[in-house]
Design a protein around this ligand. Structure first.
Ligand code: FNR
Length: 373
C-alpha cells in the first residue's frame, strides 16, 4: 500500500501498523485498562447524526478559523503527543513541516522527542504553536522550560495538562518494554533526568515519562505559580466535568479548555469529550463565553470534526491520527492525513449546506441519542 492509496485514517493506521517497530505501535495504540474510553471516544461520534440542508449554494467553502485570535486554515489541530521520533526520525519537526504546508496549528508535547527550538524552526514564522506543560516535581526545571518557550515567538499559548498526574495503566505499552535509543530526546530536553528514566523504560514508555511529574497541583497555587512564569494565555487540558469547566473558566489567565480524556490513556471509562461538551451546554453554557473550548479524542473523520464544532467546540485535536501518519510515511504521511481530513471536512460542510465554520451549530446535528447518556 502507498500513501496515495490510503483513502481514510483507518488506512493510514493500518499502513503505519505494518511499518512501525512493535514498541512504537504499542506505545501509540495503548490506552488505559480495557480501552473502553478510547473506543467510546470514536463510537460517540457515530451516534450523532448530521442534518443536511438542500438548495444552498455551496460553491465556496471556507474552513479557516482562529484559535485564541490566531488565524489557522483548519479547525482541527495536532494534539500534544510524546515521542514522535518513535514513528519517524523527523519526529515532531516533521509534523511541524506538514502543519506549515496545511496551516494546521500544532501543540508540542512536554515529552516531545525533539527540542521545541528545532520543532518551531521546521515551520514558517507565521505558524501557530502551543506548548504543553506537565509541571515537574522539580519546579525549577519547569520554570527553565517556560523561559525557553518565552524565547520562541511562534509559541502562542501554554497548554497545561491536568488529567494525568500519573500515567494510566497501559498494558500494551507495559508488555512491550524496550530500551529507547539514546539519540531520542526525552522531555523536550528539559534535563530533568527523564532521559535516563525513559532509556530504562522497563515498565513501559508511558510510566517512565511520568516519573518526574508533580502530583501536588491545586487550582490557585499552580495557576498563580504559572502566571508568574509565563505571559502567554493558558489552556487547561483534560477537563472532564462541567464543574471543572466552570472553575477553570473563572480563573484569570485561563483562555481555553481542552475537553479530553487523554485519548483514553489516563482513566478508563472517563467520559469522551463529547459528553463533557454536552454537559457544559446543559449546565454551564456561560463557559463558552468566558473561554474557547477545544476537544480531542477519537477524531478519525471530517464528520467528527464538524460534529464537535456544531456542539460548540472551537478546535478539534487529533492525536494518534497524526502519529500514524508520521509512521506511515514521515512528513508526507502527516500531509496525507491533513489532506484527507481537510477534504472530508469540506465535503461534510458542503453537504450540510454550510460555507463557513462559524455557521455550524446545533441546528446541523441531531444529538438526542447522546443527550440521554
Ligand atoms: C498522548 N497525549 C498526550 N497529551 C498530553 O497532554 N501530553 C502528552 O505528552 C501526550 N502524549 C501522548 C502520547 C501518545 C502516543 C498519545 C496517543 C496521546 C494525549 C493527546 O494529547 C490527546 O489527548 C489524545 O491523543 C487524543 O485522542 P486520539 O486523537 O489519539 O484518539
Amino acid at each position: 500500500t502507498s500513501l496515495s492509496q490510503c483513502l481514510n485514517l483507518h488506512d493510514i493506521e493500518t499502513l503505519a501498523t505494518s511499518k512501525l517497530p512493535h514498541k512504537a505501535w504499542a506505545y501509540y495504540f495503548s490506552a488505559a485498562d480495557d480501552l473502553l474510553s478510547k473506543s467510546l471516544n470514536r463510537t460517540v461520534y457515530s451516534r450523532i447524526l448530521l442534518r443536511p440542508r438542500i438548495f444552498v449554494d455551496v460553491t465556496k467553502c471556507n474552513t479557516s478559523t482562529t484559535f485564541l485570535s490566531h488565524p489557522v486554515a483548519l479547525p482541527f489541530y495536532v494534539s500534544p503527543a510524546a515521542m514522535a521520533r518513535l514513528a519517524h526520525p523527523s519526529g515532531e519537526a516533521g509534523i511541524a513541516a506538514a502543519c506549515a504546508k496545511y496551516g494546521v496549528a500544532q501543540i508540542i508535547s512536554h515529552n516531545a522527542s525533539t527540542t521545541p527550538e528545532a520543532i518551531v524552526a521546521a515551520a514558517s514564522p507565521t505558524q501557530v504553536f502551543g506548548w504543553q506543560l506537565y509541571v515537574q516535581t522539580n519546579r525549577a526545571a519547569s520554570e527553565a522550560m517556560l523561559a525557553r518557550i518565552a524565547a520562541l515567538p511562534s509559541i502562542k499559548f501554554i497548554v497545561l495538562t491536568l488529567d494525568a498526574p500519573v500515567a494510566g495503566k497501559r498494558e500494551h505499552d507495559e508488555r512491550t518494554a524496550t530500551a529507547l535509543s539514546a539519540d531520542v530526546v526525552v522531555g523536550s530536553g528539559s534535563g530533568t533526568g527523564a532521559e535516563e528514566r525513559a532509556a530504562r523504560a522497563e515498565g513501559g514508555v508511558g510510566k517512565a515519562l511520568f516519573a518526574g511529574t508533580a502530583m501536588d497541583l491545586t487550582w490557585s497555587a499552580t495557576l498563580e505559580w504559572l502566571g508568574r512564569h509565563t505571559n502567554l494565555p493558558i489552556v487547561l487540558k483534560g477537563v472532564q466535568t462541567h464543574e471543572d469547566a466552570v472553575l477553570a473558566s473563572r480563573y484569570p489567565g485561563v483562555k481555553g479548555l481542552v475537553l479530553s480524556n487523554h485519548g483514553g490513556r489516563a482513566m478508563d471509562t472517563a467520559p469522551p469529550a463529547v459528553h463533557t461538551l454536552m454537559e457544559i451546554r446543559r449546565y454551564a453554557p456561560g463557559v463558552f463565553e468566558r473561554c474557547e473550548v477545544w476537544v480531542d479524542g477519537g477524531v478519525g473523520r471530517g464528520t467528527d470534526v464538524v460534529k464537535a464544532l456544531c456542539l460548540g467546540a472551537r478546535g478539534v485535536g487529533v492525536g494518534r491520527g497524526v502519529l500514524w501518519g508520521l509512521g506511515a510515511g514521515g512528513v508526507e504521511g502527516v500531509e496525507r492525513v491533513f489532506e484527507i481530513l481537510k477534504g472530508e471536512v469540506e465535503t461534510c460542510m458542503r453537504l450540510l449546506g454550510v460555507e463557513r465554520v462559524e455557521e455550524l451549530g446545533m441546528r446541523h446535528i441531531n444529538a438526542r441519542a447522546v443527550e440521554r447518556d
